[in-house]
Design a protein around this ligand. Structure first.
Ligand code: UD1
Length: 431
């Protein structure tokens, strides 16, 4: 019964260090198996998704040495199978990055189909289209995707939807293919660029990552490298929003402010002060919050992974009506039922949420339906009058390192509890 026990309301104040980006680290780890030489990766977040991926790599014969909590040494010269399976790997979306990596290196992959957060349909047709264009044959058997090719050859691939995962997977499959592959309508997210930089540091020839046309010139082999993962845009954004919702003053450190512009702009629109320096952003929320409209978009638009956090924040814009349009995933408003238990006034019509700002939330027992919505409910609870619990925290732990500890270091009254006795104590001691 692991839960977070939370007492509100304390303004969050002070500084917090942001870790490495989960969504960059996952494909970078998968891509690290594409060379037989040793790769060292630093600034990995110590979270469940990363640890599951590392175990899956060990299971196929990859040597992994933890140098410290955030740094690993990887050598993939002794991979003995291209079959990746297991209960845990099925639970995570990023397992499909092994398809691009193994197909690229060995021209064969048999990978358990992805799970991840239940936030929508999450098709993989664009990945399939890209692999096929490069010459692979694809079939589905025993709940896995099987990709095979005699040779991979370059192709011009136009993506029908902007997909982070498909762009990354096709890039990986193309780096060792013959000729120049062009990916049009590619995703431009910072983690797409980070993976391209990582692969280039291994000897790949990728140009245009960060724009919507990526050109991958095939090379014959990749070599070892040392690489540091970029900071996590969404972890940083979550703490920025936590500052806003608790009327606090938080500086997120070790960030790339450019990656956070879409979030900073919304915070300024609703009445926060946002101050940028080279690698930090300070958010001060001293005024009453106002409402706004948000539409989630591929980068550089407002990220879908920051939609729940801004929704709970707008729920406290007393006297304002805010509209949120979710245009990436169709099923991403389930957490609003939980927010209603705290007194949130929200209506959902298809992919639009209408949020009527209230004066305050009240503490309640809520359930995290997925990773980002779980984090949003935690920050809502920190801003709610009284005691809350958030359960199903395994979702939150998939993507946030030391989340309660970092919030507590900013003055949040939050603690992870693991049994009824601890919960009782937390309730009595006001955490
Ligand atoms: C990644 C992120 C996730 C983030 C999402 C959007 C990882 C591990 N996860 O997910 O946190 O919310 O980007 O920024 O990095 N689509 C198709 N066909 C496909 C692929 C995608 O129709 O083959 C659709 C999806 O259903 C969705 C949209 O395209 O509506 C965007 O999905 P995509 O960018 O692929 O998201 P993920 O890579 O799964």
């Amino acid at each position: 019964m692991e839960q977070y026990a939370i007492w509100g309301v304390n303004p969050l104040v002070s500084e917090v260090e942001i870790g490495g980006a989960k969504n960059a680290a996952l494909p970078i780890l998968a891509a690290a198996i594409m060379t037989d030489e040793t790769v060292i990766i630093d600034n990995l977040p110590d979270i469940k998704d990363i640890n599951v991926l590392l175990t899956a790599m060990q299971n196929i014969g990859v040597f992994i040495e933890r140098i410290d909590r955030h740094k690993v040494k990887i050598n993939a010269s002794r991979i003995h199978t291209t079959v990746v399976e297991g209960e845990n790997i099925r639970k995570m979306r990023a397992s499909y990055y092994f398809v691009g990596a193994l197909l690229g290196k060995y021209k064969a992959a048999d990978v358990a189909l992805p799970g991840g957060c239940a936030i929508g349909n999450r098709a993989i047709d664009q990945h399939e289209k890209g692999f096929k264009a490069l010459g692979a044959k694809i079939r589905y058997e025993h709940g896995s995707i099987i990709a095979e090719a005699i040779d991979l050859t370059s192709a011009n691939i136009f993506m029908d939807v902007v997909s982070v995962g498909a762009t990354i997977n096709i890039m990986m499959a193309a780096v060792l293919a013959e000729g120049q592959t062009v990916i049009e309508n590619a995703a431009k997210e910072p983690h797409v660029v980070d993976l391209a930089n990582f692969l280039n540091s291994m000897g790949a020839n990728i140009k245009g990552a960060g724009t919507d046309i990526i050109r991958v010139k095939g090379v014959t082999s990749l070599h070892g490298t040392e690489y540091t993962v970029i900071p996590d845009q969404i972890e940083a954004g979550t703490f920025m929003m936590a500052a806003a919702i608790t009327k606090g003053d938080v500086t997120v450190k070790n960030v790339i402010p450019k990656h956070l512009e879409c979030i900073s702009a919304k915070l300024e629109e609703i009445g926060c002060e946002v101050m940028e320096s080279d690698d930090a952003i300070r958010v001060v929320a001293s005024k009453r919050l106002s409402g706004t409209q948000v539409k989630t978009m591929p980068y550089p638009g407002y990220p879908t992974d920051m939609q729940p956090q801004i929704a709970v924040t707008l729920g406290l814009s007393m006297g304002y009506t805010s509209i949120i349009k979710e245009s990436i995933f169709e099923n991403r408003f389930k957490y609003l039922d939980e927010l209603r238990k705290m007194g949130g006034v929200v209506t959902v019509e298809g992919n639009i949420a209408i949020i009527e700002g209230v004066q305050e939330y009240q503490g309640a027992s809520v359930t995290a339906p997925d990773l980002r919505a779980g984090a949003a409910l935690v920050i809502a609870a920190l801003a709610a009058d009284g005691f809350s619990t958030v359960d199903q925290i395994q979702y939150i732990e998939r993507g946030y390192e030391d989340f309660p500890e970092k919030l507590a270091s900013l003055g949040g009254r939050i603690r992870k509890v693991t049994n009824p006795e601890e919960l009782k104590k937390a309730r009595l001691r006001a955490v």
